[in-house]
Design a protein around this ligand. Sequence first.
Ligand code: ZN
Length: 511
Amino acid sequence: MTKPFILACTCLAALTACATAPGAPSAVSRNAGPLADDPWFALGQQTLAERKAVRSIRGPAKNVILFVADGMDPTTVAAARIFDGQLKGGTGEENALSFERFAHLAMSKTYTTDYQVPDSAGTMSAMVTGVKTKSGMLSLTDAAERGDCASALAAAAPTLAEYAERAGLAVGVVSTAELTHATPGAVYAHVPERGWGSDADMPAAAKAAGCVDIARQLIEFPYGDGLDIALGGGRAHFLPLTASDPEDGGETGEREDGRDLAAEWAAKSPDHVFVWNTAQFEAASADAKILGLFERGHLEFEADRAADTGGEPSLTEMTVAAIERLSRRDEGFFLVVEAGRVDHAHHGGNAYRALTDTIEFAEAIAAARAMTAVEDTLIIATADHGHTMAFQGYPKRGASILGLTGYDAADGKGYATLAYANGPGSVFFEEDLSAGRPPVDADAAALANYRQQALIPLRSETHGGQDVTIHASGPNAYLFDGVVEQNYIFHVIEDALRLRARAASAAPAAD
Ligand SMILES: [Zn+2]
């Protein structure tokens, strides 16, 4: 009985050699009993041997890379794994995304101090400061109040990037979202309102009270020698209202203070360069400290990137460029990489783009693992929070993840494997519901622009409150085990790099 059977190599990245899939070594067959000729039994035995061979790598680490896919909950990971496998010609379920092969896993509890279902600001702040705080604020303690400048000035929570710079490490931040958006912003900025991307976004009273916008905090980062590389979107926050945008002709910057922060970055030293398109990015020298702002707002979704006007690098290309430059620092580096648009696709009720951006996130992690040593570089892949996508019905093995389940619902109509609990795809947005739920067309559901059906009608699909996964490989990765609070991630990284001790023995914090 031969079924088309694809067995994944489940090898744990860089810890064991990839064992050959079924066919099974003879030693395994002898011990396996009557089911030894079943390839699943052999796979189970092989995985068991690999798990037994896993050895914890204890810190310290030389480098740490924190990968965060915004909104990538476990359902998104499972669906993306299948979509990736199907795009490669398999049935899909057997596939594993790069980070799923990491040896260590924990579940992360994502709530903030004031919200059961959190946002990216509070969650990323927890990961980079070591303490949970309120939603909506970047790297402040819970003592601050959202939107309140005075309370914020007294409540800054030092970030991993600050400790790392003070300790002499190189530091970088990469995102497919605006660099001033909540996730990348929490790495280097302290603000009581995540929306303060530029001075134009801030109330006059907050400016008068001494609060500074997020873009300026990136350029003026006061620790060590400042950020060493920053790649993403959000150009408008860095350019003045009086300057026309280099890519989008009719548009301008949005800063009201007249400052051109991109030019200020480039003026810092001969090594500092500002780039805004692929050609400039690729031409930047190996020593360059690059500020790359490839869109006025967020970067394109990976599915749409090829059609971009000015050309923009992929998340993988940005990650590789950052590691190449940061790894020249003998003291080591700390890099944060965000796949920022998985979240945006989910908010739009569009599974296709959420999954394709998740696949690109996995590609970036594979590239990072391949160009760093597992003995000295801790790589963490996680999410800040979940969404409401459901993976449902009883679709057959190998069924298209973007297809229908193969069964009719109680209304006599088919339904798709992926759906949302709420959002713009809600069936209640239909103007005429006299015929009940709109039918789902299998061909339409497979298209990139399709919005999966949803229940609760909301213009923007919401975040979810479920736990998200933390996958880890390298020194200290073994400390990710069980169910942990999200702010624990900081503590594992800090311990791996010995950041507090190194920062304390370096120049005083006032540098
Ligand atoms: Zn979101």
